[in-house]
Design a protein. Structure first.
Lengths: 115, 112
């Protein structure tokens, strides 16, 4: 099966600019996640979708971050305006269900550098 | 609040040796503990997972040991190989439904 696709792979922007990341999950996977992985740290959940509804966005900085999942398939994550501390790898993951043991399948991420 | 603490931060072992990575959790409601493996430039991938109703789970060269009373669990990699060089993350969640909380990661290097 094809894996989780993410684009772009790398992005360099200046602070206060905006940026968007795109994710295409594995076909048929109902659950989609966006994680932020700061260098040297574990992934931190930003938002979880079940189909096109939000399940958990409690750790999403909503004053600058937004995400949507179109028609329950593709998703975009936007940052506006970006801050220096947003420099990180943004990982998209999908899973076939919401069961606790439903494995997360991660994409290779988008590395964001904010200067 | 860091709910899953992982150690060591980095680990170097010789080929054929045993790699041991430890994790401790605070939330007693956690009852599902997966380990993820991440190679440079790639996303994490599920390696092995355990629930607290067993004290040990083995899959090939990878074993999870679980100590419920101490709220600790560890990953043992037997006969470590250079191809095992990667960053390993422990994680925890509640089976009733909660976000997966990751540890800080351990960068493992296996020298040939």
């Amino acid at each position: 099966e094809a894996g989780v696709a993410q684009s772009p792979r790398y992005k360099i922007i200046e602070k206060r600019q905006s940026v968007a990341f795109w994710c295409n999950p594995i076909s048929g996977h109902a659950t989609l996640y966006w994680y932020q992985q700061i260098l040297g740290q574990g992934p931190k959940l930003l938002i979880q979708f079940q189909n096109n509804g939000v399940v958990d966005d409690s750790q999403l900085p909503k004053d600058r971050f937004s995400a949507e999942r179109l028609k329950g398939v593709d998703s975009t994550l936007k940052i506006q305006p970006a801050k220096l501390e947003d420099s990180a790898v943004y990982l998209c993951a999908s899973s076939p269900g919401v069961s606790y043991n439903s494995p997360l399948h991660f994409g290779n991420g988008t590395r964001l550098t904010v200067t | 609040q860091q709910q899953v603490k992982q150690s060591p931060q980095s680990l170097i072992v010789q080929k054929g040796g045993i790699s041991i990575i430890n994790c401790a959790y605070e939330n007693t409601a956690f009852d599902y503990f997966p380990w993820y493996q991440q190679f440079p430039g790639k996303g994490p991938a599920l390696l092995i997972a355990i629930r607290p109703d067993v004290s040990e789970k083995k899959e090939g060269r990878f074993t999870i040991s679980f100590n419920k009373s101490a709220k600790q669990f560890s990953l043992h990699i037997m006969d470590s190989q250079p191809g095992d060089s990667a960053t390993y993350f422990c994680a925890a969640r509640k089976t009733s439904g909660s976000r997966l909380t990751f540890g800080e990661g351990t960068q493992l290097t296996v020298n040939p």
